[in-house]
Design a protein. Structure first.
Length: 254
């Protein structure tokens, strides 16, 4: 039997990268999945790539509370409830303590941290009704600092602490909350954040030296961990920050 048969999942940032891989993994394991994001064309591509009838797309900006409310209503009223919330939507902006202006800081916090709290808070009643779970996509940058991505590091550290706090508070309701902390994974995150294609190619080459296992990760590897955390196999796990980074947090400072 499929691991997530009968479950309903909401995955933000589901149009590409980790969000797409996670949504497809869940759908292939029997879940009905609502994928949310800002680009309708990418969301529809995700839906077309999954099992027929298992997925639906809805355009949303997770920094807008009304959009978050609509996503939860769709799950509760049209899909029968909510078992799994994956807070994956995020942005990566470069900048140091000297070069990051307040607008860039606020944007990182709004998308990477505030939106995670806002959507999770709205989802609590639906998740509690079905003893569901929250999976927050954090980063190795939440566990240790890296130069040149100040706001990103701080926002992801905030996601990790939010994960622990909500895990403690929601445990009596039977709701589990965990975070996944990837190292460098081959997606379009860095290019979307302003890195040129040539610089990104060089960055991936350097990842062979910054990750002890000698390579960057693949979205499917992160999806496999998300599937485990969403399944009954992880029923006694909550409040964890799960590193999946090829050893990067152990060894790399850049």
């Amino acid at each position: 039997m499929a691991e997530l048969a009968g479950k309903v999942a909401l995955v933000t940032g589901g149009g590409s990268g980790l969000g797409r891989a996670i949504a497809l993994s869940f759908a292939r394991e029997g879940a009905r999945v609502l994928v949310a994001g800002r680009r309708a064309d990418r969301l529809e591509e995700t839906v077309r790539s999954g099992p027929e009838g298992a997925m639906r797309a809805h355009g949303a900006d997770v920094t807008r509370e009304e959009d978050c409310e609509r996503l939860i209503r769709i799950c509760a009223d049209e899909m029968g409830g909510l078992d799994i919330l994956v807070n994956n939507a995020g942005i990566l902006q470069g900048g140091s303590a000297e070069t990051t202006d307040l607008a860039a800081w606020d944007r990182s916090m709004d998308v990477n941290l505030r939106a995670v709290f806002a959507l999770s808070r709205l989802a609590i009643p639906a998740l509690a009704a079905r003893k569901g779970c929250v999976i927050n996509i954090s980063s190795v940058a939440g566990l240790r600092p890296y130069p040149g991505v100040l706001a990103y590091c701080v926002s992801k550290a905030g996601v990790d602490q939010l994960t622990r706090c909500m895990a403690v508070e929601l445990a009596p309701k039977g709701v589990r909350v965990n975070a996944i902390n990837p190292g460098v994974v081959v997606t379009d995150l860095h290019v979307s954040g302003g890195m040129s294609a040539s610089d990104y190619a060089s960055f991936l080459e350097r990842s062979a030296t910054t990750h002890p296992l000698g390579r960057p990760g693949r979205p499917e590897e992160i999806a496999a961990l998300a599937l485990f955390l969403a399944s009954d196999r992880s029923g006694w796990i909550t409040g964890t920050t799960c590193s999946i980074d090829g050893g990067r947090a152990l060894a790399s400072t850049r």
